[in-house]
Design a protein around this ligand. Sequence first.
Ligand SMILES: Nc1nc2c(c(=O)[nH]1)N[C@H]1C(S)=C(S)[C@@H](COP(=O)(O)O)O[C@H]1N2
Ligand SMILES: [Mo]
Length: 405
Amino acid sequence: MRRTPFSPDFWRSPVRGPWFTSVLGLVLLGGVTVLFVTGLLSYAAYNPDLSPVNDKTPDKGILGFYLFSWPTHPHWLYRLTQGVHVTLGVVLIPVLLAKLWSVVPRLFALPPARSLAHALERISLLLLVGGGLFEFTTGVLNVQLDYVFPGSFYPLHFYGAWVFFAAFLAHAVLKTPAAVRGVRQLRSERGELTSPRPAEPTVSRRGALGLVGGGSLVLFATTAGQTSDGLRWTALLAPHGGGEPAAGPGGFQINKTAARAGIRAAETREDAWRLVLTGRAGTVRLARAELLRLPLHSAALPIACVEGWSTSDQWWRGVRLRDLAALVGHDDPADVLVESLQRHGAFRRAALRANQVADPRSLLALFVNGEELTPDHGHPARIIVPAAPGVLNTKWVAGMTFGDL
Ligand SMILES: Nc1nc2c(c(=O)[nH]1)N[C@H]1C(S)=C(S)[C@@H](COP(=O)(O)O)O[C@H]1N2
Ligand SMILES: [Mo]
């Protein structure tokens, strides 16, 4: 009889067995849990309840049960949570693939369902494997190709995460006891995961695990540098890595250049540009020279992007958001909708919460590192808020509307 994937002795690697699968499973148990938690935090950090601008998942229903006002302390909070989310996600790829490889014979197990319980278990595995591959793929695509599917990455990755994690949780409850037993039996030969007719080993189980770990280490070494100025050149796998931005005060990572955002020099010139503030006391229009006569303050804050890259702290100088709110009648903290000169693109406007407006380090920045903002960093004025995702730090600001959002 010809052997097909459906016959158990088709699968002959002697590496497969409870020990190999258990070790990888326990690594994923910890790793995926951290990914899920940092992912939920990343979602909360966007202020997704500030509709309609920030809310890309209006049908989230009870999945938004946990949302809270994202804090402004410590100022590196999002840099940390998102750096961990993206770096860990990349590093776990070899572990995920090895884990799937180690259990692939069971995908072909016959009969497909021995009982109703078994059928339900297999359906949950479909969600687990499908959900896992989906989350890792969409995550990597987003990080690598900066938004190949504009607008839709957000809900896909968000809803996918809940499906994946629900299946993951069920799987963890069912399998963790066996996995804990499994890591203690390196030499065990029997079991559902072991080949009934193993081929000659070309690598030991420990060696195979070392290969997986080595792969993760290489990914770490070529990714993590994107979270740090000075090490960016090591981040060969990160889209913004492999080099350092040019030197000088504006010499730090740029997400989208003024040219790509369609910002024309004519509209940012001193005589043309006005900041339009709107609030309960009416509308105020300010030229840049008038802004410069308001009290200016400084704050050392990073840019931390959802894609996982971040800069070290930069020295920003500008007008406090809460002072601008007060100019239009909001002495108490209020939410704000910020709009840029940009006419197209997902990030041309963003909403901030009252607690972010109230923080004395939240600025409409006019200077960075002692000089005027460069065009690419948002000249004539940009938002900078402590601990917030980069996407909320709107560049080329044209208008701000204060009030409940
Ligand atoms: N108007 C506008 N503001 C924007 C963006 C944009 O595309 N347009 N990109 C945002 C994103 S996603 C990030 S990470 C930061 C990057 O700021 P930087 O280019 O100064 O580093 O700007 C934010 N502000
Ligand atoms: Mo970003």
